[in-house]
Design a protein around this ligand. Structure first.
Ligand code: PLP
Length: 407
């Protein structure tokens, strides 16, 4: 990666992102082949919200993955990438008007609430010449105090009413079930997910479902420095997830002539590790014993993970004499006290050096606000070694063109 960064630096200033295409493809194919070995009807649906860089979305399409979207904006992107509706999964509690166009064109759509079921039933009644199919998101209760806001609860009135409404609508069929929960990446949670979804499939769907989507929230292999912070060897592999979860689905349908397509919706799982962010040290100073390095990037550039874990970093020395720092907070360009990119960093550093922050592909590019400075450019190191720019830096006009200047 350092060689790549040095090459980019010859013609570009910091900060910027770098996408490792080969790493992404290898990991994607490992996930797919591991799950397909146990359940051949397995299908990846890439979570656009995690990182909708069009280059990545296009790569997923080339690899055979579907698009998982949760807004009209993401749906429009999937169409622009070239997906037909039957390869787009439209989820989420706040779908736009295009959800109806999606349904009319045979798209996959999972409802989140009874109110949404009622809206869709009304739409189907207004289009009696068409046959429609939908799925329902099942709320996951994996124990503990956390109450997820998504989906409908198995055994609860709202779900039963929604199912009855769908059954009473002659041109609408319930064909699939969906779930997802974040921050439950362990094997026990995945085993429970399979049990809940199989129970839901048996109770709610006549015959075999067309699909079951298990959502996402799965660990992938990661740099060892990060892995140690997640408990080292306790981080499951794709094989472990297969044994805990996918096998349960395979066993359940082993004697069934028809088998549902099994989706997962990986976001961070497939993309986090393959983006890095290069940013320059602008100053290093000491305030009442606290060492601070100020950078030209910020914590939004790195995504939420930098608020929970210390990201792996590497340094490209740029020529000024370095000093060893035992405990320096690497801070971003915003004027926020909480803009800590890495707390308590240790190593040799000088003003002007470049820090490469690894594992920043999830919820970073999509979550960076136009706050104080616009977004940075993105480069890809392609599988053949070429380095190509895939997004330019945002400009003043990108930020201010939408405002009215006629006062
Ligand atoms: C419905 C759904 N699917 C998939 C994902 C992606 O999850 P992850 O980034 O953990 O892979 C999310 C993330 O919030 C989601 O809400």
């Amino acid at each position: 990666m350092n060689q790549t960064v040095t090459d980019i630096l010859k013609s570009n200033n910091t900060p910027f992102y770098i996408f490792d295409e080969k790493g992404f493809i290898d990991n994607y194919q490992l996930l797919e082949s591991t799950f397909k070995a146990i359940y051949p009807n397995y299908q990846v649906c890439y979570s656009y919200k995690t990182n909708y860089t069009p280059y990545v979305c296009n790569l997923v399409k080339a690899l055979g993955g579907l698009a998982e979207v949760v807004s009209d904006m993401e749906y429009t992107l999937a169409k622009r990438i070239g997906y037909s509706n039957d390869k787009i999964v439209y989820n989420g509690p706040s779908k736009g008007e295009m959800a109806y166009e999606h349904l009319l064109n045979g798209g996959i759509l999972n409802i989140d609430s009874l109110d949404e079921a009622k809206r869709i039933v009304r739409f189907c009644e207004a289009h009696p010449e068409h046959n429609f199919s939908i799925g329902i998101r099942i709320n996951l209760d994996l124990g503990g105090n956390f109450i997820s806001r998504f989906g409908l609860v198995l055994g609860h009135d709202d779900l039963n009413v929604a199912c009855n409404l769908i059954k009473r609508t002659p041109n609408l069929t319930l064909v699939g079930l969906h779930c997802h929960i974040s921050r439950a990446r362990g094997l026990d949670a995945w085993a429970k997910r399979a049990e809940i979804m199989l129970r839901a499939a048996d109770e709610l769907i006549d015959g075999t479902p067309k699909y079951i989507s298990l959502g996402s929230g799965m660990f992938a292999d990661m740099p060892s420095y990060l892995k140690e912070q997640f408990g080292g060897n306790e981080v499951p592999t794709y094989n472990d997830y297969c044994n805990a979860c996918i096998k349960k689905i395979a066993n359940h349908y082993s004697n069934s002539g028809q088998k549902p397509t099994l989706f997962t919706e990986p976001g961070t799982t497939v993309v986090a590790r393959y983006f890095s962010f290069a940013s320059r040290v602008l100053s290093i100073k000491n305030i009442r014993g606290r060492w601070i390095a100020n950078m030209d990037g910020d914590y939004h550039n790195l995504g939420e993970i930098c608020t929970m874990k210390k990201l792996p970093t590497s340094i490209i020395p740029m020529g000024l004499p370095q000093k060893f720092y035992n405990n320096v907070d690497i801070m971003g360009f915003t004027c926020l006290e909480q803009d800590v990119m890495v707390p308590g960093w240790q190593g040799h550093l000088a003003q002007g050096d470049i820090i490469i922050f690894e594992n920043v592909g999830g919820y970073s590019i999509v979550s960076k606000p136009q706050f104080i400075k616009p977004q940075s450019p993105i480069f890809v190191k392609r599988s053949n070694g070429d380095i190509v720019q895939i997004a330019r830096a945002e400009t003043f006009d990108d930020v201010f063109n939408k405002f009215c200047f006629d006062f």
